[in-house]
Design a protein around this ligand. Sequence first.
Ligand code: PLP
Length: 390
Amino acid sequence: MDRPLKYIYFDHAATTPVLPEVMDAINKCFTEFYGNASEPHLPGRQAKEMLENSRELIAGALGANPSEITFTSGGTESDNLALFGAAEAYKKQGNHIITSEIEHPAVSMPLKALARRGFKISFVPVDRFGMVDPCDIEKAINKNTILVSIMHANNIVGTIEPIEEIGKILKEKNIIFHTDAVQTFCSAKTLVDELGIDLLSISGHKIYGPKGVGALYIRKGTKIMPHIFGGGQEKGRRSGTENIPGIAGLAKAAELGQRNMDAKIKKLTGMRDYLKNKLLDSVEEVRFNGHPEKRLPGNCNFSFKYIEGESIVLKLDIGGIAVSSGSACSSSSMKPSHALVAMGLSNEEAFGSLRVTLGFENTMEEIDYFLEVTKKTIKDLRKISPLYKK
Ligand code: PLP
């Protein structure tokens, strides 16, 4: 099979391209609706209208009220605002927070910072599929528990967590519930009442929108202490002149993302299962990571024995394909993915992992080309691996 002319992008969990309609919405706000939304004159009023329309759109997609949406600079800030904000607001009632062992660093790092300030953090385990057991959350609750943060879906293995069940437990006990829905917004149902959520984080660049913009849903009545102070924008919860182009882009991406969502999920799930089955059939000693059914529609995660995911990523890049290794390796520290280790994978299995995340613009031809190149890549890498005995 010839190499396609176009570079193949299979790393949608990392980020997505911006859709042309989204670019149009963004550009309009730079050139036409460029006003400062706090000013009373016409350009200011136009910007304000753009802001409030966008808020309504995001609220609609979450089944929320527009007054419950606060715009931020992305998923990381939404998570930080939720966790620091709720911890600070409820600290008189208790100092105990529960989370899972597989959260994104945008959640685990603020919680570690809160631990250094005297909060007690309980990390509940996950099973071999990366699934949290709601009973473990129930068991971890004590009289000082003020907040629980469990991600809606894991960004490495795509497992979708039992948020509704956890929500029911927490509602009964009146404990604030935050979920990081950065990976699920527009890829799964994220209606806040159905999920039983008080705080929910989303990000623009995972849904074919711009980077550097996101939102936090804050249920009416849930207290949040701001951590960015200034001109009092976003009802004082997040000061700073509103990023109208980014916000309009986020809203347009959400509008498009919600449109025909069920059909897009069906298409993605079909492509994902095809890719998974073909790869498992044609490559030996490979493990499929994450939950077999309860997972993000576009996510595949494999562990290949005897070789490293990083080597596969580099080889596939040369072959014109972008994928990701499951290991969070920064140049300074080569550490296996904490999520894979928490699921019980050995270091070798975790280092041998490869994340392939599809988007709705991908095609079956691209998947077939990926399968062909990957099979050859694995064969070649195993041939030179000192661990491979055959
Ligand atoms: N949470 C999850 C689950 C993510 O996958 C990401 C991005 O990778 C983030 C939070 C951070 O979002 P952002 O890049 O918008 O700060």
